[in-house]
Design a binder for this molecule. Structure first.
Ligand SMILES: *Cc1c(COP(=O)(O)O)cnc(C)c1O
Length: 226
């Protein structure tokens, strides 16, 4: 028996392949992060059983409640934090996540550097860029991003691998993807975390190496997101 989510997963994978092909890219150059926030372990299990191993959550506490159990049942799971990270949760985040997409301020970079050294293990790190300069949104402003990347690298020796963006809801995403790609290129960053359920095809066209897809796989969420 296949679950609805497993069926949705298969069609999202197909659409990613199609978008990659249209952009002249290898489908394997785009990794799909299944965003499982708000969904329970029993909703996630069928997606794991369907072979999806890369997942994303936006809250440390929620991930802590759900993922240790799932990790015991499945090997090879890769967990990504895609939501904002408070400095006082860094230690916990490092014990749960393989990749953090939301590095966006010096205080957080400093705390990450400290805890990474203590833990002796470094996750992949993305700098989040607030491409729409939205006051309520996390992320570094585009004009401050080069300097912040430099600070992460030189002052804190952080393993920054790429950039992440969340375009403003009410705008066409393409210019935001293009801007993120441009900033990544000029800083020698290979990874681009961009594209969600509504716009992942466009993100693939602009070079996304990670797309973060939630509702197109798991169905719609109760409206409590940030
Ligand atoms: C929730 C979330 C997603 C997934 O959004 P969908 O529209 O459900 O695909 C992607 N990225 C971040 C940062 C999120 O918080």
């Amino acid at each position: 028996m296949t679950s609805q989510a497993a069926e949705n997963l298969a069609s999202v994978r197909k659409e990613i392949e199609k978008a990659a092909k249209a952009a002249g890219r290898e489908a394997s150059s785009v990794r799909l992060i299944a965003i499982s926030k708000t969904f329970e372990a029993e909703d996630i299990a069928p997606v794991l059983d369907a072979g999806q191993l890369i997942f994303g959550e936006n809250r440390v506490q929620e991930a802590k409640a759900k993922w240790p159990v799932l990790r015991e049942r499945h090997s090879g799971i890769e967990l990504h934090l895609v939501g904002p990270l408070q400095s006082n949760k860094v230690k916990e985040a490092l014990s749960l996540f393989d990749t953090i997409h939301s590095v966006d301020r010096a205080k957080l970079a400093a705390e990450l550097a400290k805890e990474i050294q203590k833990a002796g293990r470094s996750p992949q790190l993305f700098v989040q860029v607030n491409t729409g300069a939205e006051p309520q949104k996390a992320g570094v402003l585009p004009e401050d991003t080069d300097a912040f990347i430099k600070e992460c690298r030189e002052t804190y020796s952080l393993n920054v691998v790429g950039l992440m963006c969340i375009p403003p809801l009410e705008e066409a995403p393409a210019p935001h993807f293009a801007l993120t790609k441009k900033i990544a290129d000029r800083n020698g960053l290979k990874q681009l975390s961009m594209g969600m359920s509504a716009d992942f095809e466009s993100a693939v066209n602009f070079g996304a190496t990670y797309v973060r897809v939630g509702s197109a796989i798991f169905g719609s969420r109760p409206k409590v997101d940030d």
